[in-house]
Design a protein around this ligand. Structure first.
Ligand code: SF4
Length: 327
C-alpha cells in the first residue's frame, strides 16, 4: 500500500510483503505454473551432460511456434455450444484476427463479436462498451447464449467481467436469466489452449455451480467427453461414430463440428449444431468425464476440486485424443 508522504516507485514497492503475497496468490491461483522445486530441478538438468548431448543432437528448430493468444481458444470453445455467440470484451482488431485465423483454417464464416474498446475505454474502463455491446449483439444476432472472454486491453486495465455483466443485467441491457458465462483470458498468460480451458470452465461453472440440487452421478448413464482445443473436425466425427457404434451414451461438451463445416448451399447459418445447454446442465449426472487433451483440464480440474463432492463423478484425467484414434 502507498503512503502519501512516502510514494515509492514500482521496484521497491513490488518488493514489499503485501505485493509479494499478492503476486504469490496470483501465481498459485491463475498461472498454473510449476513448483519452485520443479523449476530448480529442470534448471539443474539443463546444466547436465545429458541435456548438452540432446541439445547438440537437434536437427530442426521451430521459429515462431504455433502459439496463439487465450481469447482465440475461448472463441473456439464457445463456438461448440448450441446457438452461442462468442463475445470478446476488448479491441476489435483482436477479434478480426481470431476470425481471420479460423476463416482460413476452417474455410467458414465465423460468428464472433467484440465491443470495440478504444482509447477512452482504455482510460475509463470498458463497462459502457459492454452495456451497448451485449444489448446490440443480442438484438442483432439473436443468440441463446453469449460466452464472454477478454483481450489484453481489458485485462491490462483490470475490467471485471462478473461485475460488468451483472451491472448490464441490472441496468436492463440484458434479461437477468440470459446465459452469459464468462472467462478472463489474459493473453500474457498461457496460450490459446489455456483460453479454451478457461472458457470451458466458465461455461460449466455457469450452468452447474448453483444448480447441483437433485444431481445424481451416474443417473443419466452417459460419459462426458471434453475434447479440448481441437481444430480437426474429422476427429469429432470419428469420436462420435465410434461411441455410437459401441453403443456408448455420451455428451460431447463443446462440439463445433457443424457450425465450422456448414454446407455450401447458398444459405448462411450463423448457428448450427453444438452442445445444447440442457446437456451441460445434465453433465454432473454422468457416469464419468473424459478429458481428451491433458493441457485442457487445469481450470476444470480446479473447479471440480472447489465443488467438493458435487463434482462430475470419477473424472479421469488425462485421456489423450490419440489414445482413442490409435489405441
Ligand atoms: S495477444 Fe492481445 S492484442 Fe494480440 S490479438 Fe491477442 S488479445 Fe489481441
Amino acid at each position: 500500500m502507498q503512503i502519501v508522504d512516502d510514494i515509492k516507485p514500482c521496484y521497491p514497492l513490488f518488493g514489499e510483503d503485501d505485493y509479494k503475497a499478492t503476486l504469490d496468490r496470483k501465481r498459485e491461483q491463475f498461472e498454473e505454473c510449476h513448483s519452485e522445486e520443479k523449476i530448480a530441478e529442470t534448471f539443474q538438468w539443463t546444466t547436465s551432460q545429458e541435456y548438452q548431448e540432446l541439445n547438440f543432437k537437434r536437427e530442426a528448430l521451430t521459429i515462431n511456434p504455433g502459439k496463439a493468444c487465450q481469447p482465440l481458444g475461448a472463441v473456439l470453445c464457445a463456438l461448440g455450444f448450441e446457438k452461442t455467440l462468442p463475445y470478446v470484451h476488448g479491441s476489435q482488431g483482436c477479434v478480426a484476427y481470431f476470425r481471420t485465423y479460423f476463416n482460413r483454417h476452417f474455410k467458414e464464416p465465423v460468428a464472433c463479436v467484440s465491443d470495440s474498446m478504444t482509447e477512452d475505454a482504455a482510460v475509463f474502463g470498458g463497462q459502457k462498451n459492454m452495456y451497448s455491446g451485449l444489448e446490440n449483439a443480442r438484438a442483432l444476432y439473436k443468440p441463446e447464449m453469449m460466452a464472454v472472454s477478454t483481450t489484453c486491453m481489458a485485462e491490462v486495465i483490470g475490467d471485471d467481467l462478473n461485475a460488468f455483466i451483472g451491472n448490464a443485467k441490472k441496468e436492463g441491457h440484458l434479461p437477468q436469466e440470459f446465459p452469459t458465462p464468462f472467462a478472463h483470458t489474459p493473453s500474457f498468460v498461457g496460450s490459446h489452449v489455456t483460453g479454451w480451458d478457461n472458457m470451458f470452465e466458465g461455461i460449466i461453472r455457469y450452468f452447474t455451480l448453483n444448480e447441483m440440487t437433485g444431481k445424481q452421478p451416474g443417473s443419466n448413464g452417459k460419459i462426458n467427453i471434453v475434447p479440448g482445443f481441437e481444430t480437426y473436425l474429422g476427429n469429432f466425427r470419428v469420436i462420435k461414430r465410434m461411441l455410437t457404434e459401441m453403443g456408448v451414451k455420451y455428451s460431447l461438451l463443446s462440439d463445433p463440428e457443424e457450425v465450422l463445416d456448414t454446407p455450401a448451399d447458398g444459405t448462411y447459418r450463423m448457428y448450427a449444431g453444438g452442445t445444447p445447454q440442457a446437456e451441460v446442465k445434465d453433465a454432473p449426472n454422468s457416469t464419468t468425464t473424459f478429458c481428451c487433451n491433458r493441457c485442457n483440464w487445469l481450470k476444470l480440474k480446479n473447479m471440480l476440486k472447489r465443488l467438493g463432492n458435487m463434482t462430475f463423478p470419477n473424472s479421469i484425467f488425462p485421456w489423450v485424443w490419440n489414445g482413442l484414434i490409435n489405441g
